[in-house]
Design a binder for this molecule. Sequence first.
Ligand code: FAD
Length: 511
Amino acid sequence: MQIKKIFSAIIDDSRIIASEHAGRYKPTTTGASRMLAGVIKPQTSLEIQGVIEASRQHKIKLYPISAGRNWGYSDSMPATDHNVIVDLSLMQGIRNYDPEMGTVTIEPGVTQQQLGDFLRAQGGLHVISVTGSSPEASIIGNYLERGFGLLPVMDHAYSVMSLRAIMGNGDLYQSPLLSCGAEKSASLFRWGVGPYTDGLFFQSSFGIVTEMTIRLARRAESTQVCFIEVGDENRLWHALPLLRELRESWPLETLQIKILNGYYTLASMGFKKDDIDAAGGYQRALKRYDVPPYTLMISVSGASALSRVMVNEIRHRFSFSRRLIVLNERLIKIGRLAAPLLPAKMKHKISSAESLWSLLQGQPGTAMIGKIPYFRMSNNANLQLDHPAQDRCGIIWFALSLPLTRKGVEDFQSLTAYAEKDCGFSPIVNYTNYNHVSCIGLLAIVFNQEIETRLAQDCYQELMTRALGQGYFPYRLPSFAAQAYFDEHSVKLNRQLGKLLDPDQIFSRQC
Ligand SMILES: Cc1cc2nc3c(=O)[nH]c(=O)nc-3n(C[C@H](O)[C@H](O)[C@H](O)COP(=O)(O)OP(=O)(O)OC[C@H]3O[C@@H](n4cnc5c(N)ncnc54)[C@H](O)[C@@H]3O)c2cc1C
């Protein structure tokens, strides 16, 4: 396909990449592999409109990416072959920051790092809700995927107040309040008037989002993180209702709960499967590296008085725990000073705590990226450690929405046991609360891309089938599984809307 010929009237030649030169877009973490028709890099909405028009004429399929770092889900790869990737990374506008209201308007190419730097340069009154992904990952790509972050406003889709997009039929979409000229209300009231139509652009393929206004979190006076070590499963069952009660009796947006299993903790400290094997297996590795079978991580931020009260409350409710450590500014400073004098396993813990601390302060980093996806690499020599796809790491996230109950966790454990026993993948698991009663159970299927890609993808598909049998479904799909899902289960209304909004099906996935 002559993409230069087709698009050069719209986009400068230097921003059109023919398929044979698109090598850097091809590596994936999920092992998915597709034929690409090329890459184009528009800079303006007008260019995108032109691209869509030309694609309709020439029956070209498009796949938008904002940063293409959707590792473990879709990387830069569409679900089908012969797409032209629309790389939006050059659209980096940041506008309308309102320090009083805490809202800002951004374009697709704006990364976590850029928005974080921008807010610091504006006085640091607000912070972004950072993900464990790369500083170079975009905000818009993550929010459209309904990703979640660490700080307040962790539910990213929920913090989108309004947006503009260009649909597959070439029309401009604006949130209803933008459409009637009510810019001010549009940045404050996400639901607009009439049917909520912004939702059509999340996890869909109806158009290209060209800008988004999001709500930010105010920098907290104080942040505290309680690490509660749980020595066995019985104590975990005891802890679960306490966690729900904590959220229900303190309904704070800024209270976040995670449950990490030992594998997750080891992998996020940078230990690899080889280290676990060398220690003589999982149980011995837990002992050797002083890692508990389960860790409850409860973060709270806000006024100092509030976080003090919360920490006392948490200490009181979880007094049965094996060990409870409160990470705060003071402990970080002490750890930094003491680190050179401490044994290696303590150094590991301090360095992980420091990385987490920066994320909680709204500073994205590569600490997570450089560890969990590399769990199956035997050594890190010659690896970039900041781009798992280019380093040929294998990772697929199996992410299920679950009740935060014993039954929910047991159901998820039965799935992770399948991944471990039948497929041989270490159960690297965390649970992150979504609200006071539900959580996302997250299994990282980390695999060796040379020999296990098929096994990992089949394992994922089987997990999806089994989860559906239990009444659950992933909150977000990797591209290799998306197509089958949409073929089998797509909602009739979405298909009808697809015909209206993208009549020539120029976008890759039809939900
Ligand atoms: C170790 C590790 C940790 C991670 N931690 C997290 C985490 O904490 N939270 C989390 O949510 N994810 C996490 N991820 C997954 C992933 O890396 C992130 O979600 C990342 O933010 C994806 O962003 P992106 O900008 O690269 O998305 P992109 O790849 O650019 O886009 C993602 C999706 O949105 C669509 N899209 C993008 N831009 C547009 C647009 N302008 N218009 C229409 N559609 C568009 C794309 O087609 C694609 O389907 C993690 C991954 C790894 C490996």
